[in-house]
Design a protein around this ligand. Sequence first.
Ligand SMILES: Nc1ncnc2c1ncn2[C@@H]1O[C@H](COP(=O)(O)OP(=O)(O)OP(=O)(O)O)[C@@H](O)[C@H]1O
Length: 790
Amino acid sequence: MAALPPKKKQRKRNHDAGQFDSLRWTSSLPDAGDDPFSAFAGLNDFEGGVLSLEEIDESEWGLELPKVRETRGKKQKKETKRKREREESKGDEVTGEEDTNGEAVKEVKKNKKKKKKKTKKAKKPEESSEKEEEPVNDANTNDKTDVEEDEVDDSEYHAWYELRLHPLLMKSICRLKFKEPTPIQKACIPAGAHQGKDVIGAAETGSGKTLAFGLPILQRLLEEREKFERRQAEESGKADETIVSKGLLRALIITPTRELALQVTDHLKQVAIGTDVKVVPIVGGMSTEKQERLLKGRPEIVVGTPGRLWELMSGGEIHLVELHSLSFFVLDEADRMIDNGHFQELQSIIDMLPMVREGHAEDTENCVTASGFQRKKRQTLVFSATIALSSDFRKKLKRGSVKTKQDGEINSIEALSERAGMRSNAAIIDLTNASIMANNLEESFIECKEEDKDAYLYYILSVHGQGRTIVFCTSIAALRHLSSLMKILNVNVWTLHAQMQQRARLKAIDRFRGSDHGTLIATDVAARGLDIPGVRTVVHYQLPHSAEVYVHRSGRTARASADGCSIALISPKEASKFASLCRSFSKESFKQFPIEASYMPEVLKRLSLARQIDKVLRKESQDKADKSWFQRNAESIELMVDENDSDDERANNIRKKKASSAQLKKLQQELNSLLSRPLQPKSFSSRYLAGAGISPLLQQQFEELARQKLANFGNPRDNNNKKKMVVIGQDCVEPLQALRSSGQEVSMDTKGAAEKRRNLDNLRRKRKEDKKRLHDQKRKERKRLKAGGD
Ligand SMILES: Nc1ncnc2c1ncn2[C@@H]1O[C@H](COP(=O)(O)OP(=O)(O)OP(=O)(O)O)[C@@H](O)[C@H]1O
């Protein structure tokens, strides 16, 4: 883009500044206290803060935005001009050669063909590099011709131009068809990319936070490279090979889970296509050798999990310990980092970062390889969907008095940010709304007994089996129980939990991603960051331990302007937890998910059979496991196992086995016969056939039948009457649709619930005390009687 004239530039800056006025700047959050769900109460009471815009001279960047489609008038004018020029040049060329035998014309055509071939060749490397695992593309392949040839509609992408991104980044954005930046991107890119500020960013799940920190990183790397190359060219073209930023670690992005690290890597790679910036994931569960090999390629951006990163860093991995050149330190899903099991390694990594002093460039005096550009301050970017900061965080940062635990451990995002070198002028950008949930997310609940949760889940999956669903459990035991039941009931499910091997985890995600109506049963390892398009429903089979996790779980649906719904299954035991959750989101009402009670007898029948089958199967596999365990251990101590059971015992065992397999067969037959027909409500009208589980094929057949019946009626009056016959297959109704059309808004008497809980606790305590008193009395009585008898 050409440099704007001074006035325009000023106006543009004002415009940018104006944009920020509409944002809410944070720094205050009420103390969360002991209640894990109260962390978000009053989240919208934030203090203001202003971003100051620095002078930026676009002309210095030499930036050129992708050529956009001109308006019709301009286009026509240009076309006429081009035509005229073409004709003139054609004339020149033809007259310049012998024109008598048409040779010149042929020459021109040949030249044109050559040109076309060249353009094709120039395009090829880029196309092929997209398919490669590591897109290491040469910036030179993205010459202007490529950019110009992209059909980019000005009106469609103009919202990005204010952010003044590098043309190669703009090209990727256009390719990804991201029409406009999301609010968090709009707010963070100027601060992070152009003002070099540290950023704390919070926005709802699925709001595009990855690019809110990814684009500033790529922008700065590309910008620095261009500046450097220009300067080199100016200084008589003598390239000093030591200073070029290529090959030094420039950005370290840390995420709490491996899947998230891989996803962030993929996302950044997509945007970095066409640049030669390398992005590499470093995560546990993958071969260390392979990751060391990847690091030998000296990627500028590394995305990793704390455990594996620290393992390699403490082992002296050269690319990871040369941190003087680091320009970005990013914590994605930062609040999760302070959970147990993460912060030890994270703390060690942070302690390895060169010191950043307020008002000073990084301490890089001993560094010979870092260029002047890289010696700029390191930026710290901290992002999450749920972020809780104290009201005077900024002041504390200034004073350097953010508290860590007494033993020096990091216990809050604030301490983490300070330790990582966050400066007091950091841009704190909080775009979370009062409920912190995505606006297009519909939340609902079903109140049920603990033992009925399976039935309600089966109801949701079979009656409303449309779209992808993620079911969250808090324990792996619950997940295993649930997945085996659902598999017996022929529900298409995959599982994801922390005890699975990384390969299996990725496979499960991949398969889930590939199935339009699949179900993933997961623990909270999948709660953060996973970006799987088309997740329509999130079911909280068990409520999570904290409100943050609830937010992140629900955020797997309704991402990037799509809609979706969440359904929490609430047992009486969880009622007070749920009330506390509502309180923390200042929610006064939740929608009750509509259940068609007439389906439940059939659902319960199937489930009872599935449970019995599961029990038999478990017993069988347990017996097998016990036997092999016994044999293994006997062998290990060289003990001879006496195989010779008595005849009676053997006969007994065989009888038991036969009985068990006969029982299993019978149960399976019974269940199969139930599963072979659609789930039907107990009673249904033959006129309004409402059948959940009616497959599209069956529905089609019913509709055909209805039409045939209609045609058979000769009497037009009769005909009119029968026209009212409708076939409704509820299978086609997504949970979100069902919720929208008949979900009941239920007001949450959170205070009342707490009162009730207290009363119930008192009652229980009283009953216990009474029981104890009675027991003591009886004991004393017995003693007395005994003493009297003696
Ligand atoms: N400007 C944009 N326009 C449209 N889609 C976008 C834009 N930016 C990002 N996306 C898409 O939105 C989805 C969500 O983005 P991303 O994963 O970065 O969200 P997030 O805020 O990090 O979510 P979470 O808090 O759950 O981790 C991704 O599929 C991404 O490709």
